[in-house]
Ligand binder design. Sequence first.
Ligand code: NDP
Length: 331
Amino acid sequence: MNTVITLANRPEGRPEISDFNFETEEKPIPDDGEVLLETKYVSVDPYMRGRMSDAESYVAPFELGEPIEGGIVAKVVESEKEDLIEGDYVSGRLDWKEYQVSDGEELRKVDPEVAPLSAYLGILGMTGLTAYIGLTEIGKSEEGETLVVSGAAGAVGSVVGQIGKIQGCRVIGIAGSDEKVELLKSKFGFDDGINYKTTDDMGAAIAEVCPDGVDIYFDNVAGEISDGVHQHINRFGRIINCGAIAHYNATSVPTGPRVEPMLIKKSALMKGFIVGNYEEKFREAVKQLAQWLGEGKLEYSETIVEGFDNIPQTFLDLFDGKNKGKMLVKV
Ligand code: NDP
């Protein structure tokens, strides 16, 4: 038999374990032109919270009673398809199932000899692409500029900061514990960091660590953290709205200081960013990330939880900051 995780309820506010169902079905058999895949690594990502709600977005909501879908690395265990053989590994958007069949059309073949399989869901997958493309296409950093990154110790943030260092920026990270701030400096080479959970006045904290103001703000969280950073944006500053995890579980639209006067006074750019809109850049981005990895210029962290049954809880743990770097489940 085959275990499948489906959406049981559309959560109001913070999702709970009861919003997921475990169901069983017969293990599928591949048809002509299909492969049978065995799930190996599952990526849990904050954006999936949006898909649990029935709201219009850039990606369709999950259907009630249907499998949850996300980034997965899987092994081909049976193949009726010409270009994939038993033992190959693939990554792509797949269902939260132990086994599934696929026509393989949307899947990318990945090589465990080139990089560990988990890396294809992180630094060499959506995470790395988001960091690289968001920073280079919108941030357009120049040597000597100050880059502030929120959600800095997470999957995307930890890579953004390192790319900023490679590009010659002074890099400040904002994260949710002293341990994470220490990691930013010791492992990822950030120049300084702020623990937002022990900081009452984010504006004052930014002023202290960014005496020359903020040229680029890579925003993964939004909310009050960003209100503090926005006060210190420099003239011609660039703000990359990559994520808004501080709002994902909100049941009403949160309000805060209006940013328009700041954007005008500072001639600043604030741009919403979805990595999927930059597909034509993916090849170049992966090549560059792989090169930096090979040269030892990029480090990455992973928080890997074992066991298919732990996928929903691991997803929920993102909202408590239990991960450092990319959060994954190894099946
Ligand atoms: P992370 O690895 O950063 O995990 C989420 C982290 O967010 C947690 O570890 C936690 O760290 C922090 N967090 C949780 N709740 C809050 C809160 N209320 N306020 C502030 N921080 C919080 O996730 P990713 O790197 O995968 O994603 C980062 C952001 O980028 C997300 O918002 C995601 O939706 C977005 N994203 C956007 C993409 C795009 O194309 N636009 C693509 C990929 C991701 P801490 O301990 O520091 O609180």
